[in-house]
Design a protein around this ligand. Structure first.
Ligand code: SF4
Length: 336
């Protein structure tokens, strides 16, 4: 079902810090997560954020005005005051749905102290022209998720009838011919694409992914209360997952267990937390949250997600109890 799209602009009065659905996330390292959109064209059966046209739990989608996002990003980078910043565009949807993606990449890259601009995508909307534009804009790396090389299985995993994995592989090869680095990042869905993972490793090595970064970043399937989980699939424990990666490393002589150092990630000044956990706060309701029964609220220059709430008109002031404050991502519950 098509969801309404909320455009987060400078005039909206909605801050860019505090939500996982849009804006900016600072986890106290040199990586700043940039989330310009929550929209996704796919409906992967394992999607931990229940994105895409088949989403049952989302209420709205967000896009962020380019200038507003850049202004917020630059202020944050200035505050962090650290070198080698990586702007990582990693949405709860797919960044390729953002209409001004090349312009965004270029502006991020032109920000002082920014060394790397990377993005995470399933590549459904990639075209040669878009790769050329992203290359010209200075994009450093694409983390491209390919979850199976078998066309039927890939379609099934993506939850999308017109998903064509052969075309995505062609795009992966095209990226390796550009200045953009390529990291292939399959999601390992146990019991469904176990055999495919080896073939994807072989592909990454064959097409010479990873000029500077590692060629592969295999992801463990994660579950979330709002996410989708394929029937009968039990997520691997971290121990089992790393054990399997270790065996594959021995077979293919390639690094698969990655650490922050592989990406030059290091600690760096973090924005102070504005609320205390369990604190009661008055907030102004400014719109709908990403998922049903959620609202967005604003207080002290941050946006909060208010959970388990039905009635709360935009503009009303309500009192909430703050439940989560980590990394300046704020969740709260209505507390009359
Ligand atoms: S896993 Fe990624 S590409 Fe797939 S539906 Fe979720 S957000 Fe979209």
């Amino acid at each position: 079902m098509v969801k309404p799209i909320v455009n987060i602009t400078a005039d909206s009065g909605i801050p860019l810090i505090g939500s996982v659905g849009f804006g900016l996330i600072d986890r106290g390292t040199n990586v700043v997560q940039v989330r310009p959109t929550s929209i996704c064209p796919l409906s992967c059966i394992f999607c931990s954020t229940d994105a895409g046209p088949k989403s049952l739990r989302r209420a709205v989608e967000y896009t962020v005005e380019l200038e507003y996002l850049i202004e917020g990003f630059r202020k944050l980078v200035e505050f962090k005051n650290c070198k080698h910043i990586e702007a990582h565009i990693d949405t709860v949807g797919d960044p390729l749905t953002y209409l001004k993606l090349p312009e965004l990449c270029q502006a991020l890259r032109e920000t002082s102290n920014v060394e790397t601009v990377s993005l995470q995508t399933h590549g459904f909307l990639l075209t040669e022209e878009l790769v050329d534009d992203l290359e010209a804009a200075g994009l450093t790396r694409i983390n491209l998720s390919i979850d199976s090389l078998n066309p039927d299985k890939a379609k099934m995993l993506s939850g999308t009838e017109n998903y064509d994995v052969d075309r995505i592989v062609e795009m992966a090869k095209y990226i390796t011919q550009s200045k953009i680095d390529l990291l292939i990042a399959p999601v390992w869905v146990p019991g469904i694409n176990d055999d495919d993972i080896e073939r994807i490793i072989q592909l990454a090595l064959e097409i010479k992914a990873g000029k500077h970064a590692p060629p592969l970043g295999i992801q463990k399937m994660l579950t979330h209360k709002h996410g989708r989980k394929p029937k009968g699939v039990k997520p691997m424990s971290w121990k089992v997952f790393y054990g399997k990666l270790r065996s594959l490393e021995n077979v293919y002589k390639v690094k698969l267990i990655l650490s922050p150092e592989d990406f030059g990630i290091h600690k760096c000044r973090e924005l102070p937390t504005i609320f205390r956990k369990f604190e009661k706060v008055w907030i102004e309701v400014v719109g709908l949250g990403l998922f049903k029964r959620e609202k967005l609220g604003v207080a002290r220059g941050r946006v909060l997600t208010i959970v388990d709430i039905d009635e709360a008109p935009v503009g009303s002031k309500i009192r909430v109890r703050v439940l989560r404050v980590k990394n300046n991502i704020y969740m709260a519950r209505f507390e009359p």
